[in-house]
Structure formats: C-alpha cells, structure tokens
Design a protein around this ligand. Structure first.
Ligand code: 6IA
Length: 142
C-alpha cells in the first residue's frame, strides 16, 4: 500500500506535530511517500533554497503512484487543495481529516464535494479510528 499524506507547508506549519503523529500511524498500513510533511526542517518560509518545479513534478508523480490520499485539511493550504482535486481526477481513494476547532469551517470546495470522504475529529486518537475505518471499509472488507 502506497500512501500519499498531504498537509500544509506554506499554508502554515501550526499542525506539523499532528502531521508527524498521523504519518507514524499511517505507517501501520503501508509506505508513506511524503514522510517529510511532518519534518521540523521544512518550514513555511522555504529558506532551504528549494526548487519548486522539482517539488511539483516529484509530488505529482508520487500522487499518480499512490493507492490512497490522506489529507489533513484543518490548516488551509493551496497545495493540499490542489492535491485533493488532482487525486480525485485520478479516481484515488481519498480521506480528508478535519480537526474541529472554534468556529473554523472547511472550504466549501472540499466540504461540498460528495465524492470526498470527509471526517471530523477533535483528538488524535479519534483520527486514528477514522483511519482504521477508512482502510477497513475500502480495502480489508472488499
Ligand atoms: O501550499 P502548501 O505549501 O501548503 O502545500 C502543501 C502540499 O504541497 C503538501 O501536501 C505537499 O505534498 C506539497 N508540497 C508543498 N511544498 C512541498 C515541499 N517542499 N516538499 C514536498 N511537498 C511539498 C517545500 C519546502 C519548502 C517550503 C522549503
């Protein structure tokens, strides 16, 4: 199982530690192609002289290769939204995890799409159960 995990980078890194925990949990189910999303070395500033064209091409290839896309969508990110739409067009299985906080609402372009599997949670432990359910219903029970 190849898993593409998507989480905000330039959209803001406030949830980075949560991404890391989710990535570690996803490794129970397969290979996470995008392990770096949880890395403390990747900041929203991009001061490491990154090559955007190279990143885009590599990530698109990984998306094509992935069996599933798991997106943590609580911190709004153009890149994550783009990846969701791209994976949808490739007919991939998609799980979007949205952490409920105050009155923050998910973009209608994600929340209103019936083809996406959008799940709300509050604590990390709930997210792990949602991940279990996703893999059970899409792969193990088939
Ligand atoms: O618009 P965002 O930057 O928030 O988009 C985040 C999403 O785009 C993630 O799910 C990644 O898959 C992808 N992405 C964006 N930037 C990178 C990146 N390096 N490396 C890998 N994937 C990326 C950028 C690092 C740079 C800021 C130093």
């Amino acid at each position: 199982m190849k898993i593409y995990f998507a989480g905000s980078i330039r959209g803001g890194r406030n949830d980075r530690e949560l991404y890391l925990k989710i990535i570690n949990y996803l490794e129970n189910y397969g290979q996470v192609l995008t392990e770096h999303i949880g890395s403390i070395e990747i900041t929203e500033k991009g001061e490491d002289g990154s090559n955007d064209e190279w990143i885009y091409t590599r990530d698109i290839n990984w998306l094509k290769e992935a069996d599933v896309l798991i997106a943590e969508v609580s911190t709004p990110s153009l890149g994550v939204g783009y990846e969701i739409a791209f994976a949808e067009n490739l007919d991939k299985n998609i799980l979007c995890l949205f952490r409920k906080q105050n009155d923050k609402k998910l973009s209608a372009m994600i929340a209103g799409n019936e083809r996406l599997n959008i799940k709300n949670y509050i604590h990390f432990e709930e997210a792990t159960k949602l991940i279990d359910d996703f893999f059970l219903s899409n792969f193990i029970n088939q």
